[in-house]
Design a binder for this molecule. Structure first.
Ligand code: ADP
Ligand code: NA
Length: 330
């Protein structure tokens, strides 16, 4: 039997280059080697400010982006989180299993809540419990994500273990993160210490998968760098977060290592290197954008694929959910 993988992405905006290189791109080959389940997580998207009039369209756009990047609704289960009720039901049980102290340690809450923590939604706070439910509702054991999600997966394992202990059954399996590639964490173009995120306030901090050639070139040209030329080897990237990020992005897009990128471009100034990088990005993104546009020309077909995906997801999650509720005593 194939190992089951689960991963999700929020429809909180157009996917960024970080989402693509850190996650989506790595999901594609797993469709053939694993039992792959991928979800547009709209329940997560409402943990932060959002526009209810836009949410359904953004969800469809995210699904179209995923298909354009190579997910095939025939070869994987692709669906929308709110269409499958097991996620929210299991998350409630997990809210009662996870300890407050565990959630207090989650660094992403601090990043996402920003300065006014008291004003953050309580959903944002328990988001990692919902993420645990997303995965465990399918008894998935492998989770391909970006490096930013590592801490949440450790929490999911703690929840699974405590559930098994408290309810006296080896019911939920251990899960493992699958963090792949040189661009497992793509950083903001404006601040090399922050991850690139679609929910960041500044559009200049990220490359969106839908950015046209001019936007890509402009954002890369304006990306923060230091005044030194590129080093000749990867060791020279130490302490140079912005340089490391841009080299990592080119390596990921070119399917090369940072060492190979520096063999070709070491010694160059950033203005020259940035032109090479922008060109490589545009060449990579153009066919994805064309496919996305084609898919969104027929929104009914995307919705139909998602409805079918939800049926297949329910067939897996509902029996697991029912058994979890029985163990709890419902
Ligand atoms: P975002 O933070 O952009 O809203 P999501 O929370 O929807 O992204 O995450 C979707 C997937 O993209 C996750 O697997 C996450 O690990 C990955 N991801 C998000 N940002 C980055 C990044 N800057 N670099 C690498 N992977 C990322
Ligand atoms: Na995230």
């Amino acid at each position: 039997m194939k190992q089951r993988v689960f991963s999700g992405i929020q429809p909180s905006g157009v996917p960024t280059l970080g989402n693509y290189l850190g996650a989506i791109r790595n999901w594609v080959p797993l469709q053939d080697t694993h039992d792959a389940i991928y979800c547009v997580v709209d329940l997560h998207a409402i943990t932060q400010p959002f526009d209810p009039k836009q949410l359904a369209a953004q969800t469809r756009e995210m699904a179209a982006a995923l298909i354009a990047c190579g997910l095939d609704p025939e070869r994987c289960v692709l669906f929308v989180q709110s269409h499958v009720h097991a996620h929210a039901r299991l998350a409630w049980i997990f809210n009662c299993v996870a300890r407050l102290g565990w959630l207090n340690r989650m660094t992403q809450f601090k990043d996402k809540a920003g300065k006014d923590r008291e004003a953050a939604s309580s959903g944002l706070y328990v988001y990692p419990n919902l993420m645990a439910a997303d995965i465990l509702a399918y008894h998935a054991t492998l989770v391909p994500v970006g490096d930013d999600q590592k801490q949440h997966l450790e929490l999911a394992n703690d929840i699974a273990q405590k559930f098994n202990h408290d309810f006296g059954a080896e019911f939920f399996p251990a899960i493992e993160p699958l963090i792949q590639g040189v661009a497992a964490r793509v950083m903001s173009l404006r601040d090399g210490t922050k991850k690139m995120s679609k929910s960041d306030a500044s559009d200049q901090s990220r490359i969106n998968l839908t950015d046209d050639a001019d936007a890509v070139a402009l954002k890369i040209r304006r990306a923060r760098t230091d005044p030194e030329p590129l080093p000749e080897s990867a060791a020279g990237l130490e302490g140079r977060a912005e340089a490391r990020n841009l080299v990592g992005i080119l390596a990921a897009v070119a399917g090369a290592t940072p060492e190979a990128v520096l063999r070709d471009h070491g010694g160059k100034g950033f203005s020259e290197f940035k032109e090479v990088l922008a060109e490589a990005l545009v060449a990579h993104l153009t066919p994805i954008q064309a496919e996305m546009k084609r898919l969104l020309g027929d929104p009914g077909a995307v919705d139909a694929a998602l409805r079918l995906g939800a049926e297949r997801a329910r067939a897996v999650a509902d029996p697991i959910m029912t058994e979890a509720e029985r163990l709890v005593g419902f």
